[in-house]
Design a protein around this ligand. Sequence first.
Ligand code: CU
Length: 493
Amino acid sequence: MDMSKSKKLEIRGQRKGFLFLYCLMTSVFCLLLLQLEDVFASQEILKTSKVKIGEKVLLTDLIKGLHEEGKAIVLVLLSNPMQCTNCDSVVDFIEGEAKRYKDDVAFIVKGGQDMLGAMDEETVTLKRLYGFVTMGEPWTFVIDKEGVLQKIFIGRFTGKELEDIFPISVPAEIKEFILTVREGEINLGGNKAMVWTYNGTVPGPEIRVREGDTVKIKLVNESGAKHGLFFHGLSVNPRVALQEQEIVVDPGYEYTYGEFIAKPAGTHLYHCSWNMAEHLSRGLYGAFIVEAKDEQKFDKEFVYILSDWSSKVSKGEEHYGAGHPRTMLDNDITTINERVITGDNPIIMDSREGEKIRIRLANIGHLPHTLRFPGGFLITHEDGYIISVTQERESLTIYPGKRYDIVVTATKPGRWPFYHSIVMPGGLEERLMEVESPEKSHEGHRHESPGVSPGKSPGDSPRKFNDDHEGHTRELVKEVPILVMSVTGGGAK
Ligand SMILES: [Cu+2]
């Protein structure tokens, strides 16, 4: 009896001992891991198999050129981007840093392997010269104006570490914007509709920055609904990309998104990220323009955002009880910026003979919008990217979410209209016909457009599809002038 009791106690004691040891070991292990993490965050080393701190390094032609201009070099060699833990943050950081040192220091980032594991020639040479070892981390070599290697960093490093080496010539400039969401009203051709606005207007204020600027945006929610923010077309860093997905700002709250570097240059958009079908239809969008560092100069520039609205929303029909446009074809009103397109109120673009005009176009609506300009125009950019072969065209269809930059020249005095229409692609119409209800019809619709009711509800009143249609495309909205280039003589100023 006594013996078994003491044995139990002994076993219990052993167990306790084991547990204690286990806990101790794991916590020591955890501490070790934490320290390692710290080390890897910015590990400084003294040499590789080929180069050593304090010694002159060999330079490739690319670097030699910059060196001869009297610049110090910060050279970042990335490992395979698919496996590189800190490549994104180092590239983003370097882009931001480059501006602060722009006169004294050249920042060079050379890529790792492409998807097939191949490296470009310069990268191969650099890795051979510097004895670069792939470790799933970027390697950074700091070379002073005399060609002497000052530092080698593995992984992430901060501005402080660079400031110790180079004095800062230009302070980092952060462009800050505040977008405040409030409830408002928009006049949709006689009917008023409830909207949400950024800073009181639809579209919201234009955000315009330079490529490479550091951008910081605060979203203030003074409305009664939840909202988020999405930067459409911009290449934001992973942190901001996550915030775009996950941040929803409740009524009465505000949120400051992480800083990001504005890129690529081009015509982009910002809009609400929450319940987008409804929130974009209720006005939460604006232009986000990133000017290129070597931006081509034009005599004039105009920015136009096309959007679609439903007359039912403005009338507050039961169909839209929850405020959601049911189908894309219920959108029967087109706006360009804040103006409803009716055909007799085009926007006038004043210009002088000989002027070159850039028009930035974006479609935030639900329908494809077609613009036709008999005088012809050049398409220079699509979705913010330069079109390698500039296209001369007379018409252009802008699908939802797309952006185009076009250039027109005011060759002759007079008034030159851009015509607008909505033409649906055939395939889409066929799909719409399949779900169309044949019995019901709806009279007096502005555009006699086909209705579609996926997930029908009692309030729906779908419109009958017109039987007279033939072929693969059909005009839904007649051509009307929406922009008029008004050219006066006397030459460009
Ligand atoms: Cu919203």
